[in-house]
Design a binder for this molecule. Structure first.
Ligand SMILES: Nc1ncnc2c1ncn2[C@@H]1O[C@H](COP(=O)(O)OP(=O)(O)OP(=O)(O)O)[C@@H](O)[C@H]1O
Ligand SMILES: [Mg+2]
Length: 267
């Protein structure tokens, strides 16, 4: 069975309708895909950092992470948000099973930037797929928080959730969709509501250079490109606002922006 990694952005979690979680459970029950959820938590982490008066800043969409920031991100992601998603899946009739990348060292990481400028921001070096496949095989829907572990330096890393999701998709050879608080990749210099239906790697790179793709969208498109491989020819930045967008995707359609390595012409 094909894995489908569903990255849920922290930006949209609190806005998702109950039907969204029902769609994930439906995917699982129909047996076409084995859904695996990976989630972020940006806005809630910001709120908590502010509440605790811990400074935070970003570089190219990545949160510079002191040990205090990693602790706070872990508390919000692995404690609060992870369990809320599990509860939503349970409410929708599915068996969500939540854990973080540290648990069982499922997600292993090393520093994203060896100069130390980003603090303990990690990039995934290994995904142990055993626990994920075991859970999927027993009927559970894994829900993964991207806080990860460095086996070499015994350090806990804050990993961007898009990158963690992309690493899971590559390790599992699965498809991936990114659900965020935007209807797709937009270009406001064309017009306020313009959304690209498809972009190639070269076009994505041009849009980054032109400052059309900025902030949190940079790691997202990079993560999308990273997991395009032999079996996975396209990934979708799904329209998080549109009801039924997961059902549309599962039925072979798409809403939002498809990201492909090179132009695909459908005949
Ligand atoms: N060209 C673009 N089109 C659409 N959104 C863009 C674009 N450039 C930058 N963005 C920004 O990217 C944001 C999405 O990334 P962000 O990291 O904030 O959310 P997320 O990844 O869904 O959540 P989290 O990081 O918490 O998992 C959008 O809210 C938007 O502000
Ligand atoms: Mg993000």
């Amino acid at each position: 069975m094909k894995y489908l990694i569903i990255k849920i952005g922290g930006s949209i979690i609190s806005e998702l309708p109950a039907s969204f979680f029902k769609s994930i459970v439906k995917l699982k029950n129909e047996g076409k895909y084995c859904p695996v959820v990976v989630h972020g938590g940006g806005p809630k982490i910001n709120e908590m950092l502010q509440c605790m008066q811990i400074e935070t800043s970003f570089h190219n969409g990545l949160r510079i992470s002191s040990p205090e920031v990693v602790d706070t991100a872990g508390m919000v992601l692995s404690g609060d948000i992870n369990k809320k998603i599990v509860a939503e899946l349970l409410r929708a009739g599915g068996r969500g099973f939540g854990f973080s990348g540290i648990d069982g060292a499922v997600l292993q990481a090393e520093p994203e930037d060896s100069s130390g400028n980003l603090g303990n921001v990690g990039k995934i070096t290994e995904v142990d797929t055993e626990l994920i496949s075991l859970l999927c095989g027993k009927g559970y829907i894994p829900v993964i928080s991207p806080i990860s572990y460095g086996m070499k330096d015994n350090t806990v890393y804050n990993v961007n959730a898009d990158s963690a999701a992309s690493a899971c998709a590559s390790a599992l050879g699965g498809n991936i969709i990114f659900v965020s608080d935007i209807p797709g990749i937009m270009n406001k210099s064309i017009n306020e509501t313009f959304i690209y239906s498809q972009l190639t790697e070269a076009e994505v790179n041009d849009l980054i250079a032109e400052n059309v793709i900025t902030g949190g969208m940079i790691p997202k498109v990079q993560a999308a490109l990273m997991c395009l491989q032999k079996e996975v020819k396209e990934t979708v930045i799904l329209n998080g606002w549109q009801e039924g967008s997961i059902d549309t995707y599962a039925a072979g359609g798409s809403s939002g922006t498809r990201i492909v390595k090179e132009e695909i012409t459908y005949v």
